[in-house]
Ligand binder design. Structure first.
Ligand SMILES: *Cc1c(COP(=O)(O)O)cnc(C)c1O
Length: 234
């Protein structure tokens, strides 16, 4: 299967999932996660009409961005080290991994230097897995209070990664909880604007994420294929 076929299969699965829960496909955006893939794969992704590209390692993210911008809208989805913030902001339009005060302060500072506002998702470790980044659900609200004072950060949504499960259905409580946290955040009026988005759902579990309210799907292997991740072409 090539990218075009994979994309049409994914779109079909998105449509079916939307049909099951009465949502409109237009509410759902695909980010093609191209980490570990070649420039050629990124080129194909952009040609396929998927406008959103996700990268998770700063060096690789930067070289792909430099190669392709102004094509594409770039999403930084991985753990962001404080000393790498300067390489990402002003370039990547979205950061999905705002998860600590030191990172918040650095984004605020560097964004002020550039006179820009950075769109961020607050990453929450809903499952509590040790291997995952993100704030605990309990820490979310006091963290959000701090973020709401930042002039250069706009919180567009919450992000989470579910544990890998052989049966995707087992991820449902994680996605449901992220949605509940977003609704609670809005009910508390911590931000002067509604926090709209849920960045959740990956290759293994995106249909369940859609049923639980995902608005941004981060899709790697299901789109670009395992082959390209191992260095072969799609
Ligand atoms: C790699 C990655 C993805 C995509 O993973 P797939 O399972 O290949 O779809 C999504 N989100 C984050 C944060 C990632 O690191």
């Amino acid at each position: 299967m090539n990218l075009k076929n994979r994309l049409s299969t994914v779109k079909h699965r998105i449509r079916e999932a939307c049909g099951r829960c009465g949502r409109s496909e237009e509410e759902i955006q695909i980010i093609a996660v191209t980490k570990y893939t070649t420039m050629k794969t990124v080129e194909r992704v952009l040609l396929s009409g998927i406008g959103h590209v996700g990268e998770s390692r700063t060096q690789e993210a930067r070289s792909k961005y430099e190669t392709f911008h102004p094509r594409g809208t770039w999403h930084f989805i991985g753990h962001l080290q404080t000393n790498k913030v300067k390489d990402i902001i002003g370039k990547f339009e979205y950061i999905h991994s705002l998860d600590r005060l030191s990172l918040m302060k650095e984004i605020e500072k560097k964004a002020a230097d550039l006179n820009t506002v950075v769109n961020c998702f607050i990453q929450v470790n809903v499952s509590g897995e040790k291997s995952k980044q993100g704030l605990s659900p309990e820490a979310l609200f006091s963290f959000a209070q701090e973020v709401s004072r930042m002039k250069q950060i706009r919180v567009v949504g919450l992000m989470t990664m579910a544990p890998y499960e052989l049966d995707a259905e087992a991820t449902r409580p994680v996605f449901r909880e992220l949605r509940r946290l977003r609704d609670e955040l809005n009910a508390k009026d911590i931000f002067s604007y509604p926090v709209q988005h849920l960045s959740m759902g990956m290759s293994n579990d995106f249909e369940v994420a859609i049923e639980e309210g995902a608005t941004w799907l981060r899709l790697g292997s299901v789109l670009v294929g395992e082959e390209s991740i191992q260095g072969k072409e799609v």
